[in-house]
Design a protein around this ligand. Structure first.
Ligand code: FMN
Ligand code: SF4
Ligand code: SF4
Length: 294
């Protein structure tokens, strides 16, 4: 398919989806497609540019984050403009994740988009159960290769629409109710005495949910549990008062993993790195990437 320009619109909490968007940008640019890239925050205007829209989001509770739904509500209707929907998960294309794009695809189709391609990508998990360092490094290494193949397929005119399991469609609806959990998670976030008053969290919360009022930090109810503030605070001074089980005890920092990866020359075999049954989707993803030995 002939595209001269692409608009990448993405939401990210902890940077995984931002890196996937970067990989799409590089791959499109290498094929002479110019790219407009927009990170969704509450302050973003719903402008859509380019010949094709690529919508990217992390999977939250088998679904897309609230920010995606809100943006889809606001965009202008179109007449058959092509769109690609990319979900980024820690679990891969396994149940109950398989229906995570259904609601966003429906939202795009309601606005007249022609969704030509959908795809699940994997990045290191920032939620409940993390990856060990070598598995994180493998996934970070694999993703640009998978993205490049996706772009190649799209440019060759391939259409790809998936059929989620019926049970996953129900699970993705339950995920919708879990969005309400953000209200409590956000409201009960606490700042400890280690805070150095740098203002980073208030500036970078993608929901504008952290305010400085009379010199004091205040959390609102418009949190989507993206975990950016919890993992990103340079003083490690933000603690959840509700839903602690969701946060990785050792924190989550993709930049640190990438820096250490620079020294990595040998990767483990896929079978060694993903021998736990819960990593089945990640294993399939690494096999698909064709970057490692089985
Ligand atoms: C609140 C929340 C819910 C999540 N739910 C899922 C899920 O249902 N399935 C899954 O595979 N990963 C889940 N994850 C993991 C993220 O999808 C994954 O780590 C992703 O790469 C994060 O992207 P980001 O770094 O752009 O925020 C969840 C993460 C968070 C913070
Ligand atoms: S990012 Fe951390 S140190 Fe900086 S203001 Fe927020 S809580 Fe305090
Ligand atoms: S308050 Fe923290 S977890 Fe909630 S949306 Fe903002 S940055 Fe993300």
């Amino acid at each position: 398919m002939e595209f001269k320009s692409a608009n990448l619109v993405y939401f990210t909490g902890t940077g995984g989806t931002a890196r996937v968007a970067d990989a799409f940008e590089r791959s499109f640019s290498n094929r002479a497609v110019s790219v407009y890239k927009t990170e969704l925050t509450r302050l973003v205007e719903p402008v859509v540019l380019g010949d094709v829209l690529v919508l990217l989001f992390p999977v939250y509770a088998f679904n897309a984050p609230k920010s995606i739904d809100e943006w889809l509500e606001k965009i202008q209707p179109t007449d058959g403009r092509p769109a690609i929907v990319v979900s980024v998960s820690g679990g891969g294309d396994i149940s109950p994740n398989t229906a995570c794009r259904v609601a966003s695809i429906h939202g795009l189709e309601k606005k007249g988009y022609d969704v030509i391609y959908e795809k699940m990508l994997v990045m290191p998990s920032n939620f409940m159960i993390g990856f060990d360092e070598s598995l994180s490094a493998m996934v970070l290494h694999a993703t640009p290769a998978v993205v490049d193949r996706v772009v190649l397929n799209i440019m060759a005119g391939e259409r790809r629409r998936t059929t989620p399991y019926g049970i996953d469609r129900i699970a993705s609806k339950l995920g919708y109710f879990e969005k309400f959990g953000g209200k409590y998670f956000g409201r009960y976030l606490k700042i400890t005495d280690d805070c150095a008053d740098c203002g980073w969290c208030a500036k970078l919360c993608p929901r504008d949910n952290i305010k400085i009022i009379n010199g004091k930090y205040s959390f609102g109810e418009d949190c989507v549990i993206c975990l950016r503030c919890v993992y990103g605070c340079p003083q490690n001074a933000i603690e959840p008062g509700f839903g602690k089980f969701m946060v990785l005890r050792d924190g989550f920092n993709l930049t640190k993993i990438e820096n250490r990866m620079d020294h990595l020359t040998v990767y483990p075999r896929i079978s060694q790195a993903t021998n736990h049954p819960s990593l089945r989707g990640v294993r399939e993803y690494l096999i698909e990437s064709d970057c490692f030995e089985l």
